[in-house]
Design a protein around this ligand. Structure first.
Ligand code: DUC
Ligand code: ZN
Ligand code: ZN
Ligand code: ZN
Length: 457
């Protein structure tokens, strides 16, 4: 007798799409069969797709700032938003402050995440690889941190080549994955100073200050240094085809480099930042959204497999008030507006609608992009990311024909806006199941705070 049976849905099982029943016992998938007769509870999935719960392997949740305080998105609100959008696993970031140690931040981040409802892991940001902090990496690894994150830009975080090489070597020594934010710090600073000196302070100049070449150069450099050290990397948030081309060339040489992209590079543009007053700040993230003509280029790199993971890079800052986008005042220059946009709940609907509903990718590719491939790179596969016997029963029942206009209320995050407000999507999650428990039904999230599990990777 199963605890729960999902009956009559059309399921994506790795590489195949089949109509079947799914039996769940003890939070795991116990049976996949044409018909499961008995279960304590039965969910009728007739007319729905059954997909693996989304794995969002790149997001920012309740991170502390070097100047004190935390991001507005708590683990509880992030869990709610993720479940609302069909995602059941998050890999977020633990910061290192310059000169600071790792384990204390790691323990504090774990304690915050334990208050949420979603299963989770962390990438450890390395902002200062020269000091005593690196001696704490074995302790982090022992606690289940499977990856390091390197930033090649941002004042508080950027590494020069020497620092990045140290991170790569440490990762190689300890068998960790390295994820990289690729933009050229000095080039951005040079352009920013020139723009500000000329009085170009509006949000739209954010994109002008960091054009694709800045991202392409840093991507090329990151790959070359990783190749030198013999360390696999994943390039985060690739914004356009000319950047992905660097990855494709390296892959063709047999270099172990992977590429990730995000929905913002498929639906937003630099023009979104060109709105009256402060409004453009709602769309500011880095790398910057490119031109509308770049969207098809990203799709083609997805179809070629060069970009095989789509995450949200959720990093929310509210528009109103003094904590978020306006923390430095509403007439702050573009360089003083925090970067990042919320996207936990919108990720699957946007990718499904733009991808599957519009015929750009099939269902199998969709499930790989949002669940299986992120689970693999995060070392959570096959526990997460796939519907298979023995895997965690993390599922999303998907209504492929449902048309929804995105509003901020539907996102259920702690941020007061969504950059996708008013967008029409076709395809929407009807139910989210985490480890066999229905945690979202018709938009209502019911999971208990504190029920999310730490995922050693
Ligand atoms: N860019 C990042 O690198 N991280 C979070 C948000 C953003 O826009
Ligand atoms: Zn970031
Ligand atoms: Zn980044
Ligand atoms: Zn990020």
């Amino acid at each position: 007798m199963h605890d729960l049976a999902i009956r009559g849905g059309t399921a994506v099982l790795g590489g195949v799409v089949v109509r079947c029943d799914i039996g769940i016992t003890g939070g795991r998938i116990a049976t996949i069969a044409e018909r499961i007769a008995e279960a304590a509870r039965v969910v009728d999935a007739d007319g729905l797709l059954v997909l693996p719960g989304g794995v969002d392997s790149h997001c920012h949740v309740e991170e502390p700032f070097p100047e004190g305080g935390f991001q507005e998105e708590s683990w509880e609100s992030a869990s709610r938003s993720a479940f609302a959008g069909g995602t059941t696993t998050l890999v977020a970031h633990t910061p290192q402050f310059k000169g600071g140690m790792l384990m204390e931040q790691h323990r504090a981040a774990r304690a915050r995440a334990a208050r949420g409802m979603i299963d989770h892991g962390f990438h450890q940001i390395i902002a200062d690889p020269s000091g005593a902090a690196m001696a704490e990496i074995p302790a982090l690894v022992a606690d289940g941190v499977g990856s390091l994150k390197a930033f090649l830009t941002y004042d508080a975080l950027h590494l020069d080549d020497a620092g990045f090489l140290q991170v790569l070597q440490a990762a190689r020594r300890h068998g960790l994955m390295v994820h990289v934010h690729c933009e050229n710090y000095d080039a951005i600073n040079l352009a920013t100073r020139a723009l500000l000196a000329a009085g170009h302070v509006a949000p739209k100049y954010h994109a002008v200050s960091r054009p694709p070449v800045v991202e392409r150069e840093a991507t090329h450099r990151a790959i070359a240094l990783a190749e030198l050290v013999g360390q696999p990397i994943q390039v985060f948030h690739v914004s356009c085809a000319e950047v992905a081309e660097e990855i494709a060339r390296a892959q063709a040489r047999g270099v172990p480099v992977k590429g990730e992209t995000c929905p913002q590079y498929l639906v937003l543009t630099a023009e979104d930042m060109d709105r009256p007053g402060f409004e453009g700040a709602k769309f500011m993230c880095s790398p910057a959204p490119r031109a509308a003509a770049d969207h098809e280029g990203v799709w083609s790199m997805i179809r070629r497999g060069v970009l095989d993971v789509v995450t949200s890079d959720h990093c929310g800052f509210s528009f109103e008030g003094t904590r978020g986008k306006g923390k430095n005042g509403r007439d702050a220059g573009f360089d003083a507006i925090p970067n990042g946009i919320p996207g936990l709940a919108a990720r699957l609907p946007l990718l499904f609608s733009e991808g599957v509903s519009k015929g750009r990718i099939d269902l199998v590719a969709f499930a790989k992009l949002v669940a299986e491939n992120p689970a693999r790179i995060a070392r959570l596969y096959p526990r997460k990311g796939v519907i298979a016997v023995g895997s965690d029963a993390d599922l999303v029942l998907w209504d492929a024909g449902r048309r929804v206009t995105i509003t901020n209320d539907l996102m259920q995050h702690a941020i007061d806006y969504t950059p996708y407000e008013g967008m029409e999507v076709t395809g929407w999650p009807a139910m989210t199941i985490r480890r066999g428990e229905v945690v979202m039904q018709d938009g209502v999230v019911t999971a208990e705070p504190g029920s999310g599990e730490w995922l050693p990777r």
